[in-house]
Design a protein around this ligand. Structure first.
Ligand code: GLV
Ligand code: MG
Length: 289
């Protein structure tokens, strides 16, 4: 946990669910709350993944972690979300725990993982279930298990399948998330030593429009930051589009204008804005010319 606080990730979550052995779970709650208080987590989003509602652990996870962590904890991640009611239940519990802990009502956001067939069927209602929701996440390992896919490694390409076996899933989650103003995140890639395959796999959800992907290992963080950030060229081009569109609409009073050999309009401005904000977050500066 101390090492996690030093890594250049935009978000970090500490896990009480599948990376924590069952016998360790009760003791881990206090260790997590202590680590949240003791370390300097910088400006990253800080989150704890609690256990799913079909276990005996969820309510105490929330009470002990949110009650004991203070203001620095930003979010709770809820795994294996099957229905909107599960998000509402967490929202109600958080409201009570925040009150008891003296936290502002609504302080804790929710990240929901879609990783079961029932969760995917209900993803549209789940994404609209609570104003606390900030992020929707795809969990490929549990999802493959829930679908009973004949694979033994989660989140990697299946060579025998002619195409991307998760394309429908990726797109459905992305649309449900975006329709509700949520960030959309791809889950883990379990072959942590194969960095080339990881880089290649990241491109899929990056290209579709996902905001990011999990790192399971420090070595994956740098690759993710590279793949999910615009290049300098894209960043400069996005700024040039914004300038050209501004000049067209505000000086020449035209809604559409030629930019090099292509036409740009309001939709181009929207696309360019996203590249600029992501590039700025990644520390890019517009090139001098
Ligand atoms: C993540 O939780 C996954 O199941 O892939
Ligand atoms: Mg999972």
């Amino acid at each position: 946990m101390a090492k996690a606080a030093t890594l250049p990730a935009d978000m970090t979550f500490l896990d009480l669910e599948d990376a924590c052995a069952p016998l360790e779970k009760p003791g881990a709650r206090g260790k997590i709350a202590e680590a949240i208080q003791a370390n300097d987590w910088g400006d990253r989003v800080l989150c704890v993944r609690v256990n799913a509602w079909d276990t005996e652990w969820t309510f105490r996870d929330v009470i002990e972690v949110v009650g004991g962590s203070g203001e620095r904890l930003d979010e709770i991640m809820l795994p294996k979300v099957q229905s909107a009611a599960e998000v509402v239940a967490l929202d109600l519990l958080l409201t009570q725990v925040e009150k008891e802990a003296g936290l502002r009502s609504g302080h804790i956001g929710i990240e929901a993982q879609i990783e079961t067939t029932r969760g995917l069927i209900n993803v549209e209602e789940i994404c609209a279930a609570s104003p606390r929701l900030e992020t929707i996440i795809f969990g490929p390992a549990d999802f493959a298990a829930s679908m009973e896919m004949p694979v033994l490694t989660g989140g990697v390409q299946i060579a025998e399948y002619p195409g991307d076996h998760f394309h429908y899933v990726f797109s459905k989650i992305l649309m449900a998330g975006r329709a509700n103003g949520l960030q959309v995140i791809d889950g883990p890639f379990l072959k942590i030593r194969d960095q080339d395959a990881f880089r290649d796999y990241c491109q899929r959800t990056r290209t579709l429009g996902y905001d990011g992907k999990w790192a399971l290992h420090p070595d994956q963080v740098a690759i993710l930051n590279e793949v999910f950030s615009p290049t300098q060229e894209q960043f400069d081009r996005a700024w040039d589009i914004l300038d050209a569109y501004k000049a067209a609409t505000e000086e020449d009073l035209k809604g559409a204008v030629m930019f090099g050999d292509e036409m740009i309009d309001e939709a181009s401005r929207k696309m360019a804005t996203k590249f600029v904000s992501r590039g700025e977050r990644a520390g890019l500066k517009r090139s001098e010319r």
